[in-house]
Design a binder for this molecule. Structure first.
Ligand SMILES: Nc1ncnc2c1ncn2[C@@H]1O[C@H](COP(=O)(O)OP(=O)(O)OP(=O)(O)O)[C@@H](O)[C@H]1O
Ligand SMILES: [Mg+2]
Length: 257
C-alpha cells in the first residue's frame, strides 16, 4: 500500500495553549517500501505514526493510504509494533499469537496451521506452550511481531521495536524483518533511534528535527542487499546522517539525543 502525507500539521491542545508538534510534513511512501524515521526524543515520530494509523487526527493537511483516509482503512490491513511487547502474561506463546487473528471465522485446522506458520517464521518453534515470563525480551518481541504479522498487514508501523534489546538480538530481528519483507513486500515505516538500524533496513531514511517536528532531510539509501554495516557504502550514509544531526562536531551528541 502506498502512503501520501501532504502538508500535515498537528497541534495538541494542552489546557488553553496549543503545542505545534508537527509542521509541514510531506512524505511519499511507495508500495513495498521500507522507510526509517530518525529524530531526537519528542520530535513527533510516534505522533506521526498515530496519524498514519488513524489514532489521532491531523490538524491540517491530508494523509492518504491507497486513496483512502487512515480511518477508512480496514484495521487488519495496518499492523503496529511497539517498543515493548504487549502480551497477555497468562496466555502461552501459541495463545498470544492466536489471539491476534482478526478473522474469527477461520476453520480450526486452518487457524492452527496459520499460528504454527508464524511461530516458525519468528523462530519460536518449541516454545509454543511457554508463558511470556519464561521468555527473554527478544523472544517476547518475536511473539508480538508474529501476532501482528498473522493478519498479513499491508502496512507495518514499528515504533522503536528493537530499542530495548541487546545488539545481537536486535540484528537477528532486523534480519527477520527483512526476510519477511522479501516474502511479503509489506510497506514498513520504522521509527528508530539507531542510525545503523535505519540505514540497514530503509530504502529511505527520513531525518526529523524538533520544535516543531519537521522533516529535515530524506536520504535514499542506494546500497544493494544484503547490506554490510562495515562497507564503505554504509559508512558513507552513516557519516551523512550523523552530520545532519550533529554537524561536524560529534561531541554535540550528548546534548541532542
Ligand atoms: N496526546 C498528547 N497530548 C499532548 N501532547 C502530546 C500528546 N502526544 C504527544 N504529545 C507531545 O508531542 C510531542 C511529540 O511526542 P512524540 O511522542 O510524538 O515524540 P517522539 O518523537 O515519538 O519521542 P520519543 O523518541 O521520545 O518517543 C511531545 O512534546 C509530546 O509531549
Ligand atoms: Mg516515540
Amino acid at each position: 500500500m502506498a502512503l501520501e502525507v501532504k502538508n500535515v500539521r498537528k497541534v495538541f491542545s494542552i489546557n488553553k495553549d496549543g503545542i505545534e508538534v508537527l509542521k509541514d510534513i510531506n512524505l511519499n511512501i511507495k508500495d513495498g517500501e521500507i522507510v526509517s524515521v530518525v529524530g531526537s526524543s519528542g520530535c513527533g515520530k510516534s505522533t506521526l505514526l498515530k496519524l498514519l494509523i488513524g489514532l489521532e487526527d491531523v490538524t491540517e493537511g491530508d494523509i492518504t493510504i491507497n486513496e483512502k483516509k487512515p480511518y477508512e482503512i480496514d484495521s487488519t490491513e495496518v499492523g503496529m509494533i511497539f517498543q515493548e511487547a504487549r502480551l497477555f502474561p497468562w496466555k502461552s506463546v501459541y495463545k498470544n499469537i492466536e489471539f491476534g487473528i482478526a478473522r474469527k471465522d477461520i476453520p480450526k485446522k486452518e487457524k492452527k496451521e496459520l499460528v504454527n506458520h508464524y511461530i516458525e517464521l519468528v523462530g519460536l518453534k518449541g516454545f509454543e506452550n511457554a508463558l511470556p515470563d519464561q521468555l527473554s525480551g527478544g523472544m517476547k518481541q518475536r511473539v508480538s511481531i508474529a501476532r501482528t504479522l498473522i493478519n498479513k498487514p499491508k502496512i507495518l508501523l514499528l515504533d522503536e521495536p528493537f530499542g530495548a534489546l541487546d545488539a545481537f538480538t536486535k540484528i537477528n530481528l532486523q534480519n527477520e524483518m527483512l526476510n519477511i519483507w522479501e516474502k511479503e513486500k509489506t510497506t514498513m515505516i520504522i521509527v528508530t533511534h539507531d542510525i545503523d538500524e535505519a540505514i540497514y533496513l530503509g530504502h529511505k531514511v527520513v531525518v526529523m528535527s524538533p520544535k516543531p517536528g519537521i522533516i529535515q532531510k530524506e536520504f535514499k539509501i542506494d546500497i544493494s542487499r544484503p547490506r554490510s554495516r562495515t562497507s564503505d557504502d554504509f559508512d558513507y550514509y552513516r557519516k551523512k546522517i550523523y552530520k545532519e544531526f550533529f554537524g561536524e562536531n560529534i561531541a554535540n551528541i550528548e546534548y541532542i539525543i
